[in-house]
Design a protein around this ligand. Structure first.
Ligand code: GLN
Length: 500
């Protein structure tokens, strides 16, 4: 028998397993049944890991049969962005240059999910090397948004977001360098969190910009976001940037409400040109809602964030150009044939393997780091970064959390921004400053505009995830947002008619 994963939560799965309403194997089969039904339309996955999933599910069912203690994510079907290594899978980063590359070790965050009993359904499509905001930059074709198949799911973790929104997985992991979890979360009506820099190990996640990258979860609900954070956070000796923190249960305070919480609307950002007025209104309405629940809502400004986008498009490409130097046709993936010498091998393997956006980033980054320009570009951008971090710190003296829209628009049409990189870059105007400051933020659905989800970004200072999640939970409860995407509703209706 198969089940509708879009109506199941982590806690529901746990209860259902214990009550023997379903087995973990049945849940895994349910994920694959949904994948069979929708993947030709959605294309959330680059590869499936059926054998790994069934092995993991059987192991959970054996614990259930023995009456043993179930781990925290027992039997939960999960999906991983295709830049995270897992032995037994390919890790392509949606790039030809890594086509056919098989993981030789496990990403720590992935491993923690699996050690907690999660069932790995497959690896998700993404913008090549996480460069983009629409998942159109994948070498394997775009992912489509379950809310409207003509539209993008956001990016770069668009496949991870779409898999959850389409009920192909209950949870997924993405990575966020400038918005790649929060923005697709907003565009697909899912909850997406970028943890504080250092909270989650990046070991085994292919690096884009190492001073910005963080791994984080996608889920349908805030509680499941907190439950996933409980599993993936924590020091890892394999990632020197991961930090020692006392273990925290992020689910504990989420229902405590927002009475007295100091909420600052980032007015200058909310008012920027290019923000859809309906998205802006939705943000302001949600702030009102929080005020109605007892939050102390006020307006504030974090002035240096206006330079976030230009600083990021120096720093991000600079670090990417350095990180991508390792893909030379020798050690990983694609190697050009019939080459003359080793230089020819490097040049041709890279020219054949990288797509246009990866090449653009490598060129911008290499230029920004070149002798004579380093101080003017990279050095200046680093200074801007410090200003942004300082301005945020000042704002957090007065406010516990800050609000912006997650994205200036709802999901745009496939192809709409593909020809204009700068208009695409603007998608992350609200999310990028958070990465530059190394702080944390969540995107939580707060309403719809013309049937498409709108995400609210709730920003907290370093290690303020618990506060951010508490505010997000209040928004989730008060907004009445229905996370069932039209694609999923259509399937349910179809099933309804077949049965009757
Ligand atoms: N869209 C931004 C970029 O293209 C952010 C991507 C990300 O967070 N990986 O760089």
């Amino acid at each position: 028998m198969t089940f509708d994963l879009s109506s199941l939560t982590v806690s529901g799965i746990r209860e259902g397993l214990i009550a023997r309403d379903f087995s973990a194997v049945e849940l895994a089969e349910s994920a694959y049944a949904r994948i069979d039904a929708v993947e030709t339309d959605v294309h959330a996955f680059n590869s499936l890991s059926r054998d790994l999933a069934l092995d993991a599910a059987r192991a959970v069912d054996a614990v259930v049969a023995d009456g043993g203690e179930l781990p925290r994510l027992a039997g939960v079907p999960v999906a991983f962005k295709d830049n995270m290594n897992l032995v037994g899978t390919m890790t392509t980063c949606s790039s030809r240059i890594l086509e056919g590359y098989r993981s030789v070790y496990d990403c720590t965050a992935v491993r923690r999910m699996l050690d907690a009993g999660a069932v790995p359904i497959g690896k998700c499509n993404m913008d090549e090397f996480a460069f983009g905001s629409s998942t159109e930059n994948s070498a394997f074709g775009p992912t489509r948004n379950p809310w409207d198949l003509e539209r993008v799911p956001g990016g770069s973790s668009g496949g991870s977001a779409a898999a959850v929104a389409a009920g192909e997985a209950v949870l997924s992991l993405g990575s966020d360098t400038g918005g790649s979890i929060r923005q697709p979360g907003a565009l697909t009506g899912t909850v997406g969190m970028k943890p504080t820099y250092g909270r989650v190990s990046r070991y085994g996640c292919v690096a884009f910009a190492s001073s910005l990258d963080q791994i984080g979860p996608f889920s349908k609900t805030v509680e499941e976001c907190a439950q996933t954070m409980n599993v993936i956070c924590g020091k890892d000796s394999m990632d020197a940037t991961s930090l020692e923190r006392p273990a925290e249960d992020f689910t504990l305070g989420i229902r405590d409400g927002v009475k007295g919480l100091r909420v600052g609307i980032m007015q200058d950002l909310v008012d920027i040109e290019g923000c859809d007025p309906r998205v802006r209104q939705s943000t302001l309405d949600t702030a009102e809602l929080l005020a109605g629940l007892g939050a102390e809502v006020g307006a504030t400004n974090v002035p240096a964030t206006q330079y976030g986008l230009p600083a990021y498009y120096i720093l991000g490409p600079a670090e990417a150009s350095s990180n991508l130097a390792r893909f030379d046709g020798i050690r990983y993936g694609h190697r050009a044939a019939d080459v003359e010498d080793v230089l020819d091998l490097y040049l041709r393997s890279r020219a054949e393997g990288f797509g246009p956006e990866a090449i653009r980033r490598i060129m911008i980054g290499t230029f920004a780091l070149s002798a004579g320009y380093y101080d003017a570009y990279y050095g200046q951008a680093q200074k801007v970064r410090t200003l942004i971090a300082n301005d945020f710190e000042r704002a957090f003296a007065d406010f516990d959390v800050l609000l912006t829209p997650t994205s200036p628009t709802t999901a745009f049409k496939i192809g709409e921004k593909a020809a204009n990189p700068v208009s695409m870059y603007l998608s992350d105007v609200y999310t990028i400053p958070v990465n530059l400051a190394g702080i944390c933020a969540v995107s939580v659905p707060c309403g719809t505009v013309e049937g498409l989800p709108v995400g609210l970004q709730i920003i907290g200072t370093h290690f303020a995830e618990a506060t951010v999640l508490r505010a997000a939970y209040a928004v989730e409860q008060a907004s009445g947002f229905d996370s069932v995407s039209p694609l999923v509703r259509g399937l349910a209706d179809k099933r309804g008619t077949t049965v009757s």
